[in-house]
Design a protein around this ligand. Structure first.
Ligand code: NOJ
Length: 565
């Protein structure tokens, strides 16, 4: 039973989240790698920017084979990022600024260097043996994997160890063995870890591939399908319907248990956001059942990765919003995410066009849902095509073994990146040699993205027409206008939602915000605009968009109008 008021809209539904990849944000120690003190030194920037919640990709102890998504100690901090004291200071400093902090929690797997796995693999009767998923190979010799299960990345997810003549299961990369949540000790340890961080004041967790926690207890084969490529909305891939390895029914019970751990904590309410690639129907199931008009009993939020590749056109965006409203109406709420540390940056999918990026930001910050902004998105940082053969990213390293013609074929249209380094380049703070990420004599852990001399915080701060100032204006307005973070959403005129124009309104109590987005390269004029309308925001600064009850929109212009209900 939730202890929180049903009458108030919870803070995590109204917030905007800023996602930091700690390794790439700000180096303070002089090794070309971002760190916690570096992040602390930028909190005033983030506060002024207008963000309310900060999510950090993992900072726990790790051999960094997958840059923190391979944890070797859940209650300690990787030394290159700082110490536990730095972490406590970070939490305090964030709270002093009345912001929230969210950690990234990898529950599904650990690093193979984690002492638990080291013990587990050492003998069949080690007390930690059952902390992971071990199984005999197929008869008669046992030298074939136990069944046909493929990992998320393709290829068998089973890996053999001679020492004990058994196979362990890894949903992701071979050095990330899956924990066994059918063992109550594992569950207890991880739930206590959650409490450990909540006691330190963490406001929530982003849960890494939370749809892969449980697998079939009988180890049955996954059925065949013709689908090869994984997609954002469907878990079938590599010719397998992953019914026994992804979205197992026990996961839906597990997330409710996780939720009850968070609900042990009093105000401020803590929240969970799940990383899950699935249809909106499945995502809703992860959020649990509605328990009252503001809350459910599962995950508070899930990412809807459907937005990652939605074309910047009225019709598909209209359809997406309709889909969200059909399945995720109150007490559920969607999220709006366009870029992250695994994906090609959105602006590069938009041809690195700043006007399109402003329009996209207007959608992200005005449609109903919780926006997640990836670091650097606010200054227009682009994806940087980096060589596969020197990839830091373990997935990039895998692709580096592919024949060159295949790599060229896959990446030919420029809309696919095989190396996640490409979207993880250092944050662009100023026009100096290393963009203010680290000092000029150092080599940053990844090269800077192109365009950093112009696209950076200090250059954009003084330019009223910059992408950074567009985000700031939107964030300011969103904070000031409850209709934008808590209002209902409806389309102004279905027939207007053509390929080029999308308009919707957000209403909260007496307040009405109308959003008009021109997705075309032609100007548009809209008549019969309500006389009381006021122009509250425009992607084009000083635009004279509203005259004589007519709205004039330049190509790719977005505006927010305010009127009284
Ligand atoms: C999803 C994370 O977003 C990704 O970066 C990571 O490599 C995998 N999960 C494995 O933890």
């Amino acid at each position: 039973m939730s202890i929180f008021s049903v009458h108030e809209i919870p803070w995590w539904k109204k917030t905007t989240v800023y996602h930091i990849y700690p390794r790439s944000y700000k180096d303070s120690s002089g090794n070309g790698i971002g760190d916690i003190p570096g992040i602390i030194s930028k909190l005033d920037y983030l506060k002024d920017f207008g963000i309310e919640t900060i999510w950090l990709s993992p900072i726990f102890s790790s051999p960094q084979a997958d840059h923190g998504y391979d944890v070797s100690g859940y209650r300690s901090i990787a030394p290159e990022y700082g110490s536990i004291r730095d972490c406590e200071l970070l939490i305090r400093e964030i709270h002093t600024r009345e912001m929230y902090i969210v950690f990234d929690l990898v529950l599904n797997h650990t690093s193979d260097q984690h002492p638990w796995f080291q013990e587990s693999q050492s003998s069949r009767d080690n007390p930690k043996r059952d902390w992971y998923i071990w199984h005999d190979g197929q008869k008669p010799m046992g030298k074939k994997p136990p069944n046909n299960w493929k990992s998320m990345l393709g290829g068998s997810g089973w890996h053999y160890r001679d020492l004990t003549d058994q196979w362990y299961w890894a949903q992701f990369l071979p050095f990330q063995p899956d924990l066994n949540y059918r063992n109550p000790d594992v569950k207890k340890e991880m739930f206590d870890t959650i409490r450990f961080w909540l006691d330190k004041g963490i406001d929530g967790f982003r849960l890494d591939i939370i749809n892969t926690i449980f697998e079939d207890e009988q180890f049955r084969n996954n059925p065949f399908t013709w689908k090869f490529f994984p997609s954002d909305a469907d878990d079938s891939s590599f010719f397998q319907k992953k019914i026994h390895t992804i979205n197992h029914p026990d996961n839906f019970i597990f997330v409710k248990e996780l939720r009850s751990v968070l609900d042990e904590y009093d105000a401020p309410e803590r929240f969970l956001v799940g990383e899950i690639s699935a249809s909106v129907e499945v995502l809703k199931k992860y959020c649990g059942d509605a328990i009252n008009k503001t809350r459910t009993n599962g995950l508070h939020l899930t990412f809807q990765f459907q937005s990652l590749n939605v074309p910047l056109m009225a019709k598909p965006i209209h359809e997406l919003i309709c889909l969200y409203e059909q399945h995720l109406s109150e007490p559920y709420i969607p999220t709006w995410v366009f870029s992250n540390h695994d994906q090609m940056r959105r602006i590069s999918k938009l041809g690195n066009d700043l006007n399109k990026a402003k329009l996209n930001a207007t959608l992200q910050l005005t449609a109903r849902g919780v926006p997640f902004i990836y670091y650097g998105e606010e200054v227009g940082m682009s994806n940087h095509r980096l060589p596969l053969k020197t990839a830091e990213d373990p997935i990039g390293q895998r692709f580096s073994r592919l024949p060159k013609f295949l790599v060229n074929l896959l990446t030919r249209k420029g809309s696919i990146s095989l190396n996640r380094d490409d979207c993880r380049t250092p944050m662009q703070w100023d026009p100096s040699l290393n963009a203010g990420f680290c000092s000029e004599e150092l080599e940053p852990w990844l090269p800077l993205s192109l365009g950093h001399h112009e696209l950076n915080v200090s250059s954009e701060e003084d330019n009223p027409d910059s992408l950074l100032n567009c985000y700031k204006a939107l964030l300011r307005l969103r904070k000031k206008m409850p209709a934008l973070h808590s209002g209902s959403i409806s389309f102004l005129n279905q027939s207007l939602s053509t390929q080029s124009l999308l308009s919707y309104q957000r209403i909260h109590d007496e307040q009405v915000a109308q959003i008009w987005l021109n997705f075309s390269k032609k100007p548009l004029e809209i008549g019969r605009i309500e006389v009381s309308s006021k122009l509250l925001f425009s992607t084009i600064v000083d635009a004279d968009s509203l005259k004589d009850s007519k709205l004039h929109l330049e190509p790719y212009q977005g505006v927010v109008l305010g009127l009284s209900a």
